[in-house]
Design a protein around this ligand. Structure first.
Ligand code: MN
Length: 130
């Protein structure tokens, strides 16, 4: 077991199940939220090693949730990867502007997803510069 905890914020049950089953099969501990507000709450409470964040979410969208996480000193060090199809023009810029650490493309390619997650968790997070 890796002992690493990953928070999945995703409102689509199929995508959620796909990511959860995959990550658990690789020994990661998972937590899940189905809307942005719940995601934000769980991030604050659990302090996961990584958050996989869908962008189109009920209650609060993923971009807003990322902005809040990254503007809060308690949570800004948590790495957040957007999981998105980038359907709209300008999405990539918006994600970067929100302070996201990276993104994973939808439709989800399981081999690519697990490789990416392993890379991210193997690297140390960048220390905060005040
Ligand atoms: Mn969604």
């Amino acid at each position: 077991m890796s002992g690493k905890r990953i928070l999945i914020v995703e409102d689509n049950e199929l995508n959620l199940k796909l990511m959860r089953d995959l990550l658990q099969a690789y020994g990661y501990e998972t937590a899940e939220a189905r809307n942005g507000i719940e995601g934000l709450e769980l991030a604050r409470r659990l302090r996961p090693d990584l958050i996989l964040m869908d962008l189109q979410l009920p209650e609060m969208d993923g971009l807003e949730a990322i902005r809040r996480l990254k503007s809060d000193p308690q949570t800004r060090q948590i790495r957040v990867y957007a999981v998105t199809a980038f359907a709209m023009k300008g999405d990539e810029e918006k994600v970067q502007g929100a302070g996201c650490d990276g993104y994973i493309a939808k439709p989800i390619d399981t081999r690519q997803l697990i490789r990416r997650v392993q890379e991210v968790l193997a690297s140390h997070s960048t220390p905060e510069t005040p």
